[in-house]
Design a protein around this ligand. Sequence first.
Ligand code: FAD
Ligand code: NAD
Length: 498
Amino acid sequence: MEAARSVGPFVVVGGGIAGVTCAEQLAVNFPAEDILLITASPVIKAVTNFKQVSKVLEEFDVEEQPSTVLENRFPNIKVIESAVKQLKSEEHCIFMEDGHRHVYKKLCLCAGAKPKLICEGNPYVLGIRDTDSAQEFQKQLKKAKRIMIVGNGGIALELVYEIQGCEVIWAIKDKAIGNTFFDAGAAEFLTSKLMSEKSEAKIAHRRTIYTIEGARKESGSKARADNVGSALGPDWHGGLDLKGPEEFSHSIHIETRCEVKKIYLQEEFKITKKKPLAFPKHQDKSVTVDKEMWPVYVELTNGTIYGCDFLVSATGVTPNVHPFLHGNNFDLAEDGGLKVDDQMRTSLPDVYAAGDICTACWQPSPVWQQMRLWTQARQMGWYAAKCMAAASLGHSIDMDFSFELFAHVTKFFNYKVVLLGKYNAQGLGSDHELMLRCTRGQEYVKVVMQNGRMMGAVLIGETDLEETFENLILNQMDLSSYGEDLLDPNIDIEDYFD
Ligand SMILES: Cc1cc2nc3c(=O)[nH]c(=O)nc-3n(C[C@H](O)[C@H](O)[C@H](O)COP(=O)(O)OP(=O)(O)OC[C@H]3O[C@@H](n4cnc5c(N)ncnc54)[C@H](O)[C@@H]3O)c2cc1C
Ligand SMILES: NC(=O)c1ccc[n+]([C@@H]2O[C@H](COP(=O)([O-])OP(=O)(O)OC[C@H]3O[C@@H](n4cnc5c(N)ncnc54)[C@H](O)[C@@H]3O)[C@@H](O)[C@H]2O)c1
């Protein structure tokens, strides 16, 4: 797309995946315009080794880079390392903490999200989001004999598998583990792996494969304590030593169907005269009172109390709309995100948003839903830039194909995990059927069917089914006549549908 007259400047706020992708794409569309990328974090996040695995599934690495790398690649991008203090949307102007102001023709807000903690301001409750918070967690873990992890989503799943040498009490609201990704069947498949493999393993001394300090040293800067950095990238724990002081590998106890009722500091707890429980060892069913003193005690809604060194609140995120967007009349969604339409526009003129900060408020495809993931941050950042470019030239564009089907590939408990469409029958009510195939310790395959059509799938392990199932969900072919053959391991399903 070539601009005849100047349509810039474009300003993008946020140096995470959404913001960097958006700025890159704008720079490609408008090589003669100035693109300003403003970020509160000292390094930016770049997508590298991008691989389109199939029509919708994609894989890539996320690298922390000094901003000069981006500026060298795109001479019309200028990165400013400072936080936005205030947006004055009526004046098309943003005011910075460093005292400067910048005027924009079009602005894209990609300021991400922050951890939604169960208890704000308590030094014993940690959240994990960026490099600084991950390093703080690592530091605390080094001297912790017992911690409690609260939450049942992505971060909790990763932590319980990775932590060694420290007792972990995992408190979840649900009946089964991993509720944001899995149903009870898949949870059972994974739990047996967690309990068997880990309890036997000898402590492993891992090699650091990625250091989150690296890029920062290169950039020569340090994050300011009051500002949020970008969310961490794939294998974020690979660069950390998630090891407590003890010599055992793994010691985990799961408390289901409960939440945190109250957190007591040691002194406060002594006065209550309540009795904390000792760490339940799996072979020992007797319940004993814990005699050890702990810095903090946690009372759960099921009545049990445990002492621990600290808690990790892995309880989701809140879009980062405060305080710099105050005073503007943005429409906010129920989850606190900036509402965006199918052109990634917020409710205010010339202000777009992408990534974790926004909430998709268009009529979605029947097999897509928003989840705050880096694939979606990349796709939204890319598409927002396309929309900004088109609008600058007086066009509008069709919704990008990546929003046709929800597709996520990740790893949990060392298994490859692929989630497609309405993988947990989200929003389908009771009008659906499930088909399952499971080989313990090897693979778990679940498909969600509605009126003979495939609506979603969960694939755990090396199933090699993702491409075929992606096609079947996208083309909505009537599969009624195939029945159970669909998951028959003796039938080569790929040949079937060629
Ligand atoms: C521990 C962890 C593990 C994860 N694992 C996975 C995973 O395995 N797979 C997956 O798909 N997703 C994962 N995610 C989620 C994924 O990282 C996020 O969804 C994604 O990175 C969001 O990108 P973003 O660009 O929208 O926001 P962010 O990466 O949060 O970037 C926001 C940017 O805005 C800047 N900013 C904020 N406020 C201001 C301001 N006032 N002025 C200027 N700049 C500002 C920040 O400094 C930052 O640069 C994980 C998240 C975490 C925390
Ligand atoms: N491999 C991956 O795909 C991966 C890994 C890590 C993180 N992430 C993403 O990073 C972000 C942050 O991860 P996360 O694990 O914090 O969020 P999440 O949204 O994945 O999970 C939040 C969990 O906290 C629970 N919860 C919410 N409030 C609670 C409360 N008051 N008490 C107890 N439990 C409560 C929810 O039921 C849910 O299980 C998410 O967007 C997540 O998708 C993805």
